[in-house]
Design a protein around this ligand. Structure first.
Ligand code: CMC
Length: 427
């Protein structure tokens, strides 16, 4: 028999089941709380609230563990490629060669968008942030593919998945092409999934795109490391929008918007901008450490801290090593890498950071790699979105297959009590 937790309220004791996950995580199932007591739980920011049971990603923030479908992130980053990881996340198992080929070929069928999408891209100011444009384009895609909204079978779901896996990189790349006044390009369906992302972004007209395997490998690894992270802000957004049975593309568009914020995926852009401004200010890292600790100063050390990790973010460890390797491989000497390492060293020895368990997160070194790969700063969060796409899809699919109820939190009302209406002439 499973454990129970007892709550005592106004002299009445009520028992609630305790749920145990496969890694022995525990949760009190309070579904019956309001019906039996009239009270609800209050937890702004959901710091202590589980929104679902999920079989996709396991992370232990105290031990610094991250696994997709049971596989260690370190092994996946080293031994798998991004499309294999996408398949694993979405369908639950590593694909056989035949399954992977079929998945890739089905995606290849959708390496195009309606030509009218170009008119929409053209209507954005060139200065628009690529994440805002990407969110709008992802939403607009529904209008051109209305059949993907009503998902009534696994087959409908599969079709929607391969469609968006094919089309999303095109939209992402075109946000850059719009910004740089470059002609829109459909890439090359002969290429690997990650190679084609680079081709979509950087191919020049009338020239064959030259693949640099080192750049492809580095990007592949970054995309794997970003592919899922259980119930983070954007993923929870995707699940909650999808729970109203809004279509997959609408749910993903909301996820892109959530990811954009600097406290979430937007941190990778914020980190490089912070490092660059420290460099331009003479490279005095101690000055910025002091600012980060000053409660009167809004400055935060971007790329540090995490809601769940209270130990090293395992992704940051891999990315830091990779940053050294990629820069050496490509013969790049980026002074902001030295500034980043100096900030990290000081933070890890500083009482403020140690006491609050603030470690570098995934975004601290990723921007340095993106920059070395020739990706412009304002595209960093778009790259994160390209990586997170399979995770969002997997979480949305799991939510729909389990027929989870619509997401609808409650609240404690603290506004005015009922009052008499006062007509305009009497106010
Ligand atoms: N610099 C300075 N102080 C910090 C930082 C930081 N980066 N992060 C947290 N703190 C302090 C914070 O002021 C608070 O101090 P006190 O207890 O004295 O009030 C304490 O540490 C706890 O922070 P919190 O804001 O209550 O923690 P949270 O779980 O609500 O926020 C966070 C997590 C990631 C939003 C936050 O650490 C942060 O703003 N970090 C910088 C932005 C960043 O790098 N975001 C990327 C996150 S990883 C990528 C992803 O989201 O997928």
């Amino acid at each position: 028999m499973s454990d129970t937790a007892t709550l005592e309220y106004k002299g009445k004791k009520i028992e609630f089941p305790v749920i145990e996950g496969t890694e022995n995580e525990l949760a009190i199932d309070i579904k019956a709380l309001r019906a039996s007591t009239g009270i609800i739980t209050l937890d702004p920011g959901y710091k202590n609230t589980g929104s679902c049971e999920s079989a996709i990603t396991y992370l232990d923030g105290e031990k610094g563990i991250l696994r997709y479908r049971g596989y260690k992130i370190e092994d996946l980053a080293e031994k798998a490629d991004f499309l294999e990881v996408a398949y694993l996340l979405i369908f639950g198992e590593l694909p056989t060669k035949a399954q992977l080929d079929k998945f890739h070929n089905d995606i290849r069928e959708h390496l195009e968008v309606d030509e009218d999408i170009k008119k929409i891209v053209d209507s954005f100011p060139r200065t628009a942030h690529p994440m805002g444009v990407l969110s709008s384009l992802t939403s607009a895609l529904t209008a051109f593919n209305p059949s993907v909204v009503n998902i009534n079978s696994e087959e409908d779901m599969y079709n929607a998945v391969v469609k968006i896996m094919g089309k999303f990189p095109i939209l992402a790349a075109w946000t850059l092409r719009r910004r740089n006044s470059k002609p829109y390009d459909y890439g090359d369906s002969e290429l690997g999934y990650v190679e084609n992302i680079l081709c979509l972004m950087f191919k020049k007209p009338n020239e064959k795109y030259k693949i640099n395997p080192k750049v492809v490998d580095a990007l592949d690894k970054l995309l794997i490391l970003h592919a899922d992270h259980e119930q983070n802000c954007s993923t929870s957004t995707v699940r909650i929008v999808g729970s109203s049975h809004a279509g997959l593309f609408a749910s993903l568009s909301a996820g892109v918007s959530a990811l954009w914020g600097p406290l979430h995926g937007g941190a990778n852009q914020a980190v490089i901008e912070m490092l660059e401004s420290i460099r331009q200010d003479g490279g005095d890292t101690a000055k910025y450490m002091k600012k980060a600790k000053d409660k009167e100063d809004p400055f935060r050390l971007m790329g540090f801290g995490h809601r769940v990790y209270k130990n090293f973010d395992p992704r940051a460890k891999i990315i830091k090593k990779s940053a050294d390797e990629v820069l050496a491989d490509l013969g790049i000497n980026d002074p902001v890498l030295t500034i980043a390492k100096s900030l990290e060293k000081q933070a890890l020895e500083d009482d403020y950071f140690v006491k609050r368990k603030l470690y570098p997160n995934v975004d601290f070194y990723s921007g340095i790699i993106y920059r070395a790969l020739g990706i412009p700063t304002e595209m960093f969060t778009v790259m994160f979105a390209l990586g997170r796409l399979p995770g969002w899809i997997a979480q949305w699919r799991e939510m729909r297959l389990k027929q989870e109820p619509i997401g609808r939190p409650r609240q404690i009302y603290v506004g005015e009590n009922q009052r008499e209406f006062v007509s305009l002439d009497k106010r």
